[in-house]
Write a protein that binds this ligand. Structure first.
Ligand SMILES: C[S@@+](CC[C@H](N)C(=O)[O-])C[C@H]1O[C@@H](n2cnc3c(N)ncnc32)[C@H](O)[C@@H]1O
Length: 300
C-alpha cells in the first residue's frame, strides 16, 4: 500500500448498514488500499453509510470500475449506475485517511490502535499498535478479524506460533498478547516485513516475534499453532506438509478463503490428517480451525 508516491483513486458508495461488510469485502477483492465508513443519514428509518475505498492511482479507471462492479456483484451488493472515481494526491489521501482512523475492537479481548491515534484505549482490551497504509493486516479486513477470533478461541498459554504471510505482523503480535511464548512470522514481501518490524518494535515485542523473509512453504520446525491468511490456492498447496510442521496436538487457523473454497479445503485437510473443529463465516469469507487428528508418527 502507498508504496509509490503519486495519485490515488477514491470510490464512494452509499449503502444500508447491512451492506457494509460485503461491500468492504468487495473493495478488498478489487485491490483497495484502505476503506473508511461513516454514517451518512440522520433519518433513523433509512440509515445509510458512506463507504470510501482508496485504490492505487496506477490502475486505469475503466479497469477499476469493471473490477469493482464485478466484485460488488459477486459479494451480493446491489449497485446501479457507473461508479464515480475521484483522483486524490498522495498527501491528501494519507491525511484524510489517517484522520479517520479509530481504535478497532476485535473479538472479545483485542484492540487495534492506529499509530498516532490519541484516543485513550478502553480498559480491559489488549492493545496492538499498528502502522496503517503500507501492508495488509490492519484489522479492517474480514479475514484478519476471523483469524483473530479463532486465535482468541484456540491459543493456549505458552504456545509456539508460526504466522505464514504475516503482513503487518498483526496475527503474530495478537498471539503474543494472548499468551503465546513466541512467534516466527514469515512473509515473501520485504515491504510487509519492514512494516511488521516497525510494529513489533512499537509493541515492545522485539525478540519474541521473529521475522523472516521467505516463501510460506520454506518454513521449518514444529509449532503448536500455525496461522495462515494467504488464500485458498496457497493453503491447498501447504496442507499436505502442514502435519509435519505441527507439534503433537497442534492446530492451524486457515483463512483468506471464500465460502466456496471451504468444502474442498476441509476435504484436503482431512486427507492430510487434520480435523476441522471450528468454521467461522463472514460472507463471502470463511476461516477454519483444524487440528491434528492423531499425533504425527514421525514425532516419536
Ligand atoms: C492477506 S495478507 C495477510 C496478512 C495478515 N496475516 C492478516 O491476517 O491480516 C497475506 C500476506 O501473505 C503474503 N504472502 C502471499 N503469498 C505468500 C507466500 N507464498 N509465502 C509467504 N508470504 C506470502 C503477502 O505478502 C501478504 O503480506
Amino acid at each position: 500500500m502507498a508504496r509509490r508516491p503519486g495519485r490515488f483513486l477514491l470510490v464512494r458508495l452509499v449503502l444500508p448498514p447491512a451492506g457494509e461488510e460485503p461491500a468492504v469485502a468487495a473493495c478488498w477483492e478489487a485491490g483497495c488500499l484502505g476503506v473508511e465508513t461513516t454514517s451518512s443519514a440522520v433519518d433513523r428509518h433509512h440509515p445509510r453509510l458512506t463507504l470510501k475505498a482508496y485504490f492505487p492511482g496506477r490502475i486505469a479507471p475503466l479497469r477499476l470500475r469493471r473490477r469493482l462492479a464485478a466484485s460488488l456483484r459477486a459479494c451480493g451488493v446491489p449497485h446501479r449506475g457507473p461508479l464515480r472515481l475521484t483522483t486524490l494526491t498522495d498527501r491528501r489521501w494519507v491525511e484524510d485517511w489517517r484522520r479517520s482512523l479509530r481504535p478497532m475492537r476485535i473479538g472479545r479481548r483485542l484492540l487495534v490502535v492506529p499509530e498516532g491515534c490519541r484516543l485513550p484505549p478502553p480498559r480491559g482490551r489488549l492493545p496492538i499498535r499498528m502502522r496503517f497504509g503500507q501492508a495488509f493486516g490492519t484489522g479492517e479486513h474480514a479475514t484478519t478479524r476471523l483469524a483473530l477470533r479463532l486465535l482468541e478461541r484456540s491459543l493456549r498459554q505458552g504456545d509456539r506460533v508460526l504466522d505464514l504471510g504475516t503482513g503487518t505482523g498483526i496475527l503474530a503480535m495478537a498471539a503474543l498478547r494472548l499468551g503465546a511464548a513466541g512467534a516466527l512470522a514469515v512473509d515473501s514481501d520485504p515491504v510487509a516485513l519492514r512494516v511488521a518490524a516497525h510494529n513489533v518494535a512499537k509493541n515492545g515485542l522485539r525478540g519474541r516475534v521473529r521475522l523472516r523473509q521467505g516463501d510460506a512453504a520454506s518454513a521449518r520446525g514444529r509449532h503448536d499453532l500455525i496461522l495462515i491468511n494467504i488464500g485458498a490456492e496457497v493453503i491447498g498447496a501447504l496442507l499436505p506438509g502442514l502435519p509435519d510442521r505441527l507439534a503433537p496436538g497442534g492446530r492451524a487457523i486457515l483463512t483468506g478463503l471464500l465460502l466456496e473454497n471451504e468444502t474442498p479445503l476441509r476435504r484436503a485437510a482431512a486427507g492430510a490428517g487434520l480435523r476441522t473443529t471450528v468454521a467461522l463465516h463472514a460472507p463471502p469469507w470463511a476461516a477454519l480451525l483444524v487440528q491434528q487428528a492423531a499425533p504425527s508418527p514421525s514425532v516419536y
